[in-house]
Write a new protein. Structure first.
Lengths: 610, 267
C-alpha cells in the first residue's frame, strides 16, 4: 500500500502545556474579528492556516500529573483568569516542606543523613520535621494547583471548539521528515502491523505530513525529539544525564479531611533520602500526590510504585491519607538536566518547545509555566513570520523565537538554576546545600559536581548490598528470581527490612490492580511495540535488569532463566522511565542511548480520573 | 434516483470512564461531563455507516451529518468518525447529555436540517439511531420527521434495500425476534436504525485528515441551540454501579476461591 501524503502549514507533535500555549496564542491570530482570514494558509490559498497537532494518548486529558505553579505565563495569556474556571484548580493557600525520617530503619542513609535525622528527630512530630521557613525560590504562593490532564482538556476544548486547529489524539508520530538537514514535516506511526512492525493484511503506512513548520513538543521521551537529537546532536557541552521518575496518584480524601483546597506539601528524606514527595489538595476533597525518584538514587532495585506506597504510609503523610481511596495512578519521566539538556532549539523547518527543549527549572521545581511560556513565544514568532511572509528557516526562527526565549524570564531563571543540582551528584546533603547556595545567590554560587549518565552510576548488587546483606543471601534471591522469571523487587526489599505493603484494596493496591483503575491502561491493536531491546545479548548478560523493577506499569516483566525481559504494551503507561534507567549502553552508541529503545507507540492511560 | 441522506447523530460519554450522575444547576448531568472523553452514540453510528454505504451504492447520493453537541467536544468526535466515512457536517452547538428533552432536541435538529443549503426534501432520507437522544424512548427521530413533514417512518430498522426506481425495502425489528418487511415507494422517509447489518468501517487516518478539512469550517459556523430538559422533572438518576473489591489471600484452594467468587456475585 502506498504511503499517503498531505500538506499542512504547521504540524505539532504532542499536546502538553507547551503545545497548548503555542496553539492557544496562534489560534487567536488566525481570523480577524470580522470573520475574514488573518493568517492565510500557504497550502490551501484562501483558507485559514492549516494547523494540525498529533498526540499519542487516546485523549488529550489522559495522564496523571498534579501541578503547582506560580502561573506567571498562564496569567499573561489569560489576564482575566479566574482560577476556578480551570477544572480541579485552586489557589495555593498553604505550603509546607517536611523532612521525613525513617520510621522503619529500612532506607539507605549516609552518616551525614543519620546526623540530620538525629537533629531533626529532636523537633520531629510524626517522624517529620517541618521546615520553619521555605526559601523564596521554592515558594509557589501566589500560585495555583491543578491536574495537568484536566488543564489540557480545558484548553483543548477551547481550541477544538474554535474550529481553527485540529488536535488528533491516539496518533503517535513516528519520526521527523528530514531532507538535507531540513525538517519538512512528520511521519505518523504505521498501522496494521505486528508487534515487531511487520505488515499484516491491514497494513496502512503512516501518513507523511509535509509542513512548513514542525513544532516539537513531545516531552522528554518523545520519539520525534529523540530522533532530532540523534540527527543533529546536542549543542556542545549539553547533556541529558539527569532524570527523575515521577510516580503519581490521585486520591479521594476522607470526607472529614482537615485539608483544604490549595494545600501544598513537599517532602524529602523518605522512603529514601533522595526521594522527594508532594501532595496538592484540589477541590472536592481530591488530592494529587506522588514521589520523584531521581536518577542519582544509586540503588539497583528501585521500584517507584512500591516506594510510593511506603511514602504514603509514612506517619506524617498517612495521617492525611488514612481512609482515602485511590482514584487513578500514573507515571512520567522528568528531564532534570534543565537548561543543560537543551537540544538544538530551532533549525530549518522546526522548533522545539516545552520540557523536551530543556525548559524545566531544576531549582524552583517548576516546569509547567516555563513550558507554556515557550509555546507562547514560538506562537508570537510564528505569527510575526507569517505576517511578514517569511519562511520558517533556522535564521528566521532564531531571529524571532530564539530571541524572545533568550530575553525572557524563562531563560534568566534557567541560567540561575543551571548548576543548582550539581551537588546531588555527590550526595543528598551536598545537593541540598548546593540548591540553597544557588537559590539564595541567584546562581552566583554553586556546589560543584559532575553529572554522570544514569547507567554509569547504578551500583552492582555486590556493591549496593555490601554491609547490608550477606552476599550469598543476595545471590540466592537473585538466582531464584531469575530462574523463576520473577521480579527481584519484593524479595530483596523485604530482606532489606522494608515492611510488606498491607494491601487494603482502597488506597494500597497491588500494582496490577492499579492498572485497572479509572479507565484502565490499554493499547490499540495494529501498532508495533514501542519498547524494544536493542541488543538482546546485553539484556541476557545484565545482572540487575533494572528495567523490570523500575517499570511503572509492570509492562516489562522478567523472563524465566533471566532471559530478555518481556514487554506487554497493554500495560505500558508510556512514562519512558525504562529508557534512561537501563544500565547498559547501546552498542555503538554507548555515550548517548541505553539498550532500551523507546519509540512512538499507541496506548497508555485511558482515564479522565486525573 | 439518488438520495439526500441526513443523519442525526452526536456524542455520548466514553463508557470506559466512571460515569457519575449528579444534579447540576440546570438539571441532572454527569459529574465532569465536559471533561469526559466522548464517543459517537453507537446507534447513530450504525445509521451513519448505513448512510455512507447506501450513498456509495446509489450514484449521486450525498450524506450530511447533523450533530447537536458541545462545540468544544464535536471536533474530537468528528475526527474519529471522519476516519471511517465521508460526510458534510452541520454542527449545532448545545448540550448532549442523556437528559435532554426530546421535544426541544427535535426542534433544534429539525431547524438545522431545514437550513441545509442544497438539500432536496423530496430526495431526503432522514436517518438516526432508533433510541438516540431520547433516553431510549424512541421518539426524537419521529418528532424530527413530523416537523419536516415526513410521514413514512420506520423504527428499529436493520436493513434498507434500494431499488432502481427509487423505492426501497425496509426490514424493521418487531417483537419476539421477528422482522416486519415493508416496501416504501420512495423518499422522503425517516429511518430509525437498530444495529443494521454492516460492520464498523476501519479507521483510516488519511481519509480522516482529508475529511476534516471540510468539517472544520462547519465547526466554526456552528450555531448555538437552546436545548434543555424542558418540563421534565427527574426525581432520580443513576448508572449501574461497578463493584470492585480486592482481597489478598494466599495459598487458597481453587474450590474455595470459586465459592468465594460465587458468593460475591450473589451478594
Amino acid at each position: 500500500m502506498e504511503r499517503q501524503m498531505m500538506e499542512v502549514d504547521i504540524a505539532c507533535v504532542g499536546f502538553g502545556p507547551a503545545t497548548a500555549g503555542f496553539l492557544h496564542t496562534l489560534s487567536k491570530a488566525i481570523m480577524n474579528e470580522d470573520g475574514t482570514v488573518a493568517l492565510e494558509s500557504r497550502v490551501m490559498p484562501g483558507a485559514p492556516l492549516q494547523v494540525m497537532c498529533y498526540e499519542r494518548a487516546d485523549d488529550i486529558s489522559f495522564g496523571v500529573s498534579g501541578v503547582v505553579t506560580r502561573g506567571k505565563a498562564l496569567r499573561e495569556s489569560f489576564p482575566e483568569l479566574n482560577v476556578s474556571e480551570i477544572p480541579t484548580a485552586a489557589e495555593v493557600a498553604h505550603e509546607e516542606v517536611l523532612y521525613l525520617t525513617d520510621p522503619d530503619g529500612a532506607s539507605t542513609r549516609s552518616t551525614g543523613v543519620k546526623m540530620v535525622d538525629k537533629v531533626a528527630g529532636l523537633l520531629a512530630k510524626d517522624n517529620a520535621f517541618a521546615l520553619p521557613w521555605i526559601p523564596p525560590f521554592l515558594r509557589k504562593e501566589p500560585g495555583m494547583v491543578f491536574s495537568m490532564g484536566q488543564f489540557c482538556q480545558w484548553i483543548g476544548q477551547q481550541l477544538m471548539g474554535s474550529g481553527l486547529v485540529q488536535i488528533w489524539p491516539g496518533m503517535p508520530v513516528d519520526s521527523p521528515l528530514i531532507e538535507d538537514d531540513k525538517v519538512v514535516g512528520i511521519r505518523l506511526a504505521d498501522q496494521g502491523v505486528e508487534k515487531d512492525g511487520s505488515p499484516t493484511p491491514g497494513y496502512m503506512p503512516g501518513m507523511d505530513l509535509k509542513a512548513g513548520l514542525t513544532v516539537v513538543g513531545d516531552g522528554p521521551v518523545g520519539a520525534v525529539g529523540q530522533k532530532l537529537d540523534d540527527h543533529f546532536g546536542l549543542p556542545e557541552g549539553n547533556h541529558i544525564d539527569e532524570w527523575a521518575a515521577g510516580m503519581k496518584a490521585v486520591v479521594q480524601l476522607p470526607g472529614d479531611t482537615e485539608l483544604k483546597p490549595g494545600f501544598v506539601l513537599h517532602t524529602f528524606g523518605y522512603p529514601e533520602p533522595e526521594i522527594f514527595g508532594y501532595m496538592y489538595v484540589l477541590p472536592d476533597n481530591v488530592a494529587s500526590l506522588g514521589i520523584f525518584v531521581p536518577s542519582w538514587l544509586d540503588n539497583p532495585i528501585r521500584s517507584s510504585f512500591r516506594m510510593l506506597q511506603h511514602w504514603m504510609q509514612h506517619p506524617a503523610v498517612w495521617k492525611y491519607l488514612e481512609g482515602s481511596t485511590l482514584k487513578s495512578w500514573g507515571a512520567k519521566s522528568l528531564q532534570e538536566s534543565g537548561m543543560r539538556g537543551e537540544p538544538k532549539l530551532v533549525g530549518d523547518g522546526f522548533a522545539r518547545v516545552g520540557e523536551g527543549s530543556g525548559t524545566t527549572n531544576v531549582l524552583t521545581g517548576s516546569g509547567f509555566d516555563e513550558a507554556w511560556a515557550t509555546g507562547v513565544q514560538l506562537a508570537e514568532a510564528t505569527i510575526e513570520l507569517l505576517k511578514e511572509g517569511k519562511s520558517f528557516s533556522q535564521f528566521h526562527l532564531e531571529e524571532t523565537y530564539l530571541k524572545r526565549r533568550r530575553s525572557s524570564w524563562v531563560e534568566e531563571e534557567a541560567q540561575q538554576a543551571k548548576k543548582a543540582r550539581d551537588g546531588f551528584t555527590r550526595g543528598l546533603i551536598p545537593g541540598l546545600i548546593g540548591m540553597g547556595m544557588t537559590g539564595m545567590t541567584k546562581g552566583k554560587l554553586n556546589m560543584p559536581g559532575t553529572p554522570r549518565r544514569p547507567w554509569d552510576r547504578v551500583p552492582s548488587f555486590a556493591d549496593y548490598f555490601r554491609g547490608k546483606l550477606e552476599a550469598g543471601e543476595v545471590k540466592a534471591i537473585i538466582d531464584e528470581c531469575k530462574a523463576k522469571g520473577q521480579s527481584m523487587v519484593d524479595p530483596l526489599m523485604d530482606k532489606m527490612g522494608w515492611k510488606p505493603i498491607p494491601y487494603d484494596g482502597q488506597l494500597l493496591l497491588l500494582h496490577q490492580d492499579a492498572l485497572l483503575l479509572g479507565g484502565k491502561v490499554q493499547a490499540a491493536h495494529g501498532f508495533a511495540d514501542h519498547v524494544r531491546f536493542a541488543d538482546p545479548e546485553k539484556c541476557r548478560a545484565c545482572e540487575s535488569q533494572i528495567c523490570i523493577s523500575m517499570c511503572s506499569g509492570q509492562a516489562i516483566a522478567a523472563s524465566e532463566g533471566g532471559d530478555v525481559p518481556n514487554f506487554d504494551r497493554e500495560k505500558c503507561v508510556h512514562c519512558g522511565i525504562c529508557m534512561w534507567n537501563c544500565t547498559v549502553g547501546r552498542k555503538g552508541d554507548e555515550g548517548r542511548r541505553s539498550n532500551i529503545i523507546f519509540d512512538a507507540g499507541s496506548g497508555g492511560f485511558h482515564s479522565a480520573e486525573n | 434516483m439518488s438520495f439526500h441522506i441526513v443523519v442525526c447523530g452526536s456524542l455520548v460519554p466514553d463508557p470506559l470512564q466512571t460515569l457519575e450522575p449528579m444534579q447540576g444547576p440546570t438539571g441532572p448531568a454527569l459529574k465532569n461531563e465536559m471533561m469526559l472523553p466522548a464517543v459517537l452514540d453507537p446507534w447513530a453510528g450504525h445509521a451513519l455507516f448505513e448512510a455512507a454505504t447506501l450513498a456509495a451504492n446509489v450514484p449521486g447520493s450525498k450524506v450530511w451529518l447533523v450533530s447537536l453537541g458541545p462545540k468544544a467536544k464535536l471536533q474530537q468526535l468528528m475526527m474519529s468518525i471522519a476516519q471511517k466515512v465521508a460526510f458534510d457536517l452541520v454542527a449545532v452547538d448545545g448540550p448532549a447529555g442523556g437528559f435532554l428533552d426530546a421535544f426541544e432536541t427535535a426542534e433544534a435538529l429539525a431547524g438545522a436540517i431545514d437550513g441545509i443549503a442544497g438539500l432536496e426534501k423530496d430526495k431526503m432520507l432522514l436517518f438516526g439511531g432508533c433510541a438516540s437522544s431520547s433516553r431510549d424512548a424512541s421518539v426524537t427521530m419521529q418528532l424530527i420527521g413530523e416537523r419536516l413533514g415526513i410521514t413514512d417512518q420506520f423504527l428499529a430498522v436493520d436493513e434498507l434495500k434500494p431499488e432502481a426506481d427509487g423505492s426501497f425495502q425496509i426490514m424493521e425489528r418487531i417483537e419476539a425476534g421477528e422482522y416486519l418487511v415493508s416496501k416504501c415507494a420512495g423518499a422522503p422517509a425517516m429511518v430509525g436504525w437498530a444495529t443494521g447489518n454492516l460492520p464498523e468501517p476501519p479507521n483510516n487516518p488519511q481519509v480522516g485528515m482529508q475529511n476534516m478539512r471540510t468539517v472544520m469550517p462547519a465547526l466554526q459556523q456552528a450555531k448555538p441551540a437552546q436545548v434543555g430538559t424542558g418540563d421534565v422533572n427527574f426525581t432520580k438518576v443513576e448508572v449501574p454501579q461497578q463493584r470492585r473489591e480486592t482481597k489478598i489471600v494466599k495459598d487458597t484452594p481453587v474450590e474455595e476461591i470459586a465459592a468465594d467468587i460465587v458468593a460475591w456475585l450473589k451478594g
